[in-house]
Design a protein around this ligand. Structure first.
Ligand code: DAH
Length: 341
């Protein structure tokens, strides 16, 4: 039996497979269920006890070597067929993949930031879950004041008590004035929330950009000039602006700004509802009460603020007539906005 094992071992060591068929014959002959190694194990019962250890080890070694030989040739033969039949063709063109595009809201927000950064405005941000002080009280909306009804609010419970999802980015104004010394010239872009029924013209969340400028001797004329610059940069050199008196608790005086309708050149169309103008933002001189609430000396400093809806500007710019499109993630809609911004 020892001779038989030796003979098979040298056969295994010298074996070379040139084809899959040869390798399969090798497997059946040695490792198969009726193969010679199996026979050796069957014969093992007859080996005298004192030889069992040595013979057992020898059969195991034979089996391991045969298996290793088989595995090695299997890999090399399969590798060969692949390199002949399915070789990688490096000259083939790649599989094209789809490149995404920036969201129209991001494009417009970036454009607004870019326009104001050219006249020295920096960008600041604040939290979306806001306390009553920053969203309302510091901005001159006392508790129970009916002006709070201008903005339907989502309230949320938190460890710090009742909080609100901010209804406007004016809350960031307060945080900045509490923490920085004038002169302040900053822009706060961000998402805001209102408890509104969703329709083509209203959504429960949207985006605003807030602007704030506080320094000595800032006047309404500075506000008007700044907004005129913005309107011309955003909508074109021929754009005209119009300021209408309005009311916001945190500005005095307050105004709403309209831009001439670029769709019909102010001649009247259904976009501007035949008025020739489109409303794009609220603005005004920061109320002295708000400055004092935030620790700024209202005798020494004055300032202006403005706030605009990004969706609204994007609607005018791209002539999109349904707000819901911005948040539905439909690639057919989003694919239309390719831009450098
Ligand atoms: N916070 C206002 C809103 O959400 C917009 C606004 C109006 C912001 C006048 C201002 C401002 O800074 O001066 O409707």
């Amino acid at each position: 039996m020892k001779d038989k094992i030796k003979e098979l071992l040298s056969e295994v060591e010298g074996f070379k497979a040139e084809s899959k068929e040869q390798l399969e014959d090798f497997r059946i002959k040695l490792l198969g269920s009726k193969g010679q190694i199996k026979d050796l194990f069957a014969e093992f019962k007859t080996v005298p006890n004192e030889d069992k250890k040595v013979v057992g080890q020898a059969i195991n070694e034979l089996r391991t070597k045969a298996q290793e030989k088989f595995d090695a040739f299997k890999i090399s033969l399969e590798g060969n067929t692949e390199s002949k039949e399915e070789a990688i063709d490096l000259s083939r063109t790649g599989v094209p993949y789809k490149v995404g595009s920036r969201h129209p809201i991001s494009i417009v927000r970036n454009e607004i930031i870019d326009i104001f950064s050219r006249i020295g405005f920096t960008v600041s941000e604040g939290p979306e879950v806001e306390d009553d002080w920053h969203n309302f009280s510091a901005l001159n909306f006392p508790p129970e004041h009916p002006a709070r009804d201008m903005q339907d609010t989502f309230f949320v419970e938190s460890e710090e008590g009742e909080m609100a999802l901010r209804t406007h980015t004016s809350s960031v104004q307060v945080r900045i004035m509490e923490n920085a010394k004038p002169p302040i010239r900053t822009l706060s872009p961000g998402r805001v929330y209102r408890n509104e029924a969703i329709s083509a013209r209203a959504h429960c969340f949207f985006h605003q950009v807030e602007g704030l400028y506080i320094a000595e001797n800032v006047s309404f004329a500075d506000l008007k000039q700044t907004l005129m610059y913005f309107a011309k940069e955003m909508f074109g050199e021929k754009t005209k602006i119009r300021l209408r008196p309005s009311y916001f608790p945190f500005t005095e005086p307050s105004a709403e700004m309209d831009v001439s309708c670029s769709v019909c050149n102010s001649e009247g169309c259904n976009v501007c509802k035949y008025t020739g103008y489109l409303e794009i933002m609220g603005c005004g001189m920061v109320d002295p009460n708000v400055l004092e609430n935030c620790g700024i000396d209202s005798k020494k400093y004055t300032g202006f603020a403005f706030g605009m809806g990004v969706e609204r500007i994007a609607m005018l710019k791209y002539k999109v007539n349904d707000l819901r499109l911005y948040s539905e993630g439909d690639v057919r809609f989003l694919d239309q906005f390719k831009s450098a911004f």
